[in-house]
Design a protein around this ligand. Sequence first.
Ligand code: CA
Ligand code: CA
Length: 751
Amino acid sequence: MIRKYVNIILAVVLFSFQVIGAGTRVRVNQLGYLPEAAKQAILISESDITVKDFTIHDALTNEVCGQFNTVSHWGEFDKFNSNYTLDFSVFKQTGAFYIKTGDTYSPIFFINKHHFAHTTDQLLTYLRSRRIGNNVSGGWWYDASNKNRNASVNASVTYQLLFAYSNYPDIFIDAYDLQGERKPNGIPDVLDEANWGLEWLSKIQYESTPVAINGKLVAALALGAQVCKSFDTAFADRLANKAEQIYRYAEEQEVVEDLFEIIEGLQEENWRDDMQLAATQLYFLTYNKQYLKDAVTYGTSEPVPPWLFTACDPALRFYPYVNWSPYLLLQIENPQIKKDYLHNIMVSLQRARLIAQDNPFNIGVNFSENSNNKIIALHNMCLIYRQLTNDHQFVDLEESLFNWIFGCNPWGISMVTGMPDTGTTPSHPHIKSYIETDQIPVGAVVSGAVNNTCLKDSEIDGLSFDGPYERHQTEWAVYHDHVNDHVTNQPNIDASAGLIQLLAARASSVERDYLFNYNHYDLGGINRFNPDQKQILITFTAHQYDDGFRKIASALKKHNVKAAFFFSGDFLRKSKAKRQIKKLKSQGHYIGPAGNHYFQLTDWDKSLKSDLNKTVFLNDLKENYAALKKHGISKQQAPFFNPPFELYDDNISFWCKEVGIHIIRSTPGTDSNLDYTFPEMREHYYSSRDILNKIMQVEDKSGLNGYILQFNYGTNPARKDKLYKHLENLLMDLKREGYEFVDIFKAVKLR
Ligand SMILES: [Ca+2]
Ligand SMILES: [Ca+2]
């Protein structure tokens, strides 16, 4: 017994005396981790420190959710004297969390696969916002700071969209049409966007276009023909003919250009990679053996991506950053070709791993221009390799590259504007819309960090920058969130297109049913769910009164309805609440928070109460969760919050989102929640008959699909005509009309 006691004291002493020095930061992937994935955070410190363990806490309640000693010391790196990897792969809870070690805290991060469900839509929205011209004469996507046409980048973006779709056809939604209008057209939006690219690319004067671009045109058009076949045969045929026509021209062209090697003014110096992909896509389109032969011949000159073997290559010297041909050829039934390409891919990824071993962030690229494009490209190479071979040896590299993009980097910044909306993201990007109007579009990937040596003599060399990120610059990697830095902080569409593939892979782990968010939102709170389903969610709220308990519980039981109950902290602390909540829990109902003291959060005009701020609000909510905990209900089980009087604003929704909570309220229009009124309120009084009639009127007129009907759990004794006495009949009537009553998780599909 004594020994055990001593051990406990030692453990406490060790933990509390763990000294964390100045300039210590824990970097995480702020967008989030998949529950089943490998999960790592990186600790960097300018001081010489020892880290042995860390804890993971719920972002709102601060409760310890896990304690870990899975810490590995990386050693010194550049100006950071201490670097550690904190591994929490075994932690699979879902929600919003932070890491704490000593007195250092990480930013908040999320673990939840559904977090990835709609990220590709956001990136497509960004691309849509880059459209210019029209698709009759040929519209294109422009990049960050000028509206020039760039056929090379447009072809690569188009190809990447088509490639992402062909790998993950099920995850893309249909909310927009070809013109980019918000109108579903039966075609996944990623293909509408690809179509925008294909229209222009198919009209380009290829006779006056360099071979490197013509190769890209062929690859995009041929893949477009393959993918679009099932949507529009005529369009697909047109693309296929054009692809072969350009290919025949480009084949002749290469012989001439080979003598000159690099055309004046063209930044890109490799073209056989483009012709290899062109030939490969034509082979998969036509199964003409000559194309396969061509692909193999072109491939011999560039077996691996050159940028993995160079230090300071200019942005587009080796473009595009991934040549998918080797990965596609891995799939054909020819043992020699298979083996050759497998070797080449392994050489590329092993080279990347060697680079990654030299830095604590495990990043396998050299920091030359457009490093984020390369990081995303390498990630996608690891991913596709793993999927094709089932060899998982590069999965750590894959996750580290993904983590870097979303904040696991020296600066702790996500490299994508506005993603996640709760995170630290570029706030001064070098992009025209921000420079001219202060607007930052969501989903723009900035070009990324560059090695200090490569920056020498660049246009930003010699400019002085200040701000919180400067402390984290190293010789290895320099990044400025500054509008004047067009080298590291200028978004580019190529990287955003590549990121679609990355996020599509994560989104594909989400069940199809959950991919499409049909919820309706008001000020960031859910006020209706899928209107295409004949389903209703029944909710109750309680603070002061509980007289409805018996009737409500029995009506719900009788009709086997799983409802959602929102209780204030004051209610939960009452002694009689215990028995009621036990019963409701045993019947399978959801029980969640309604505000600790049920204080009004905003005025009726939705302006925030003057004494309310984020800390006050979150502390109040925390107290409500503490009261729920006493009834054995954790925050994890209760992520939906129904604000007092259903009053809230955008700020409150955002604060909730940051700590992993969703606001939900009733669907306006049925007056169901007016059952608290009593006759003394005169013209503001609503009898049960009034309310029930109104509900059935709405049903009759437009249906109640996806409606959230909210009632009061108890009401003022002055109201004698209690609506809950009619609940059983109401449920029966609605059932008779064909409605299904669903529980809150099934209704809003956010978990
Ligand atoms: Ca569409
Ligand atoms: Ca090229």
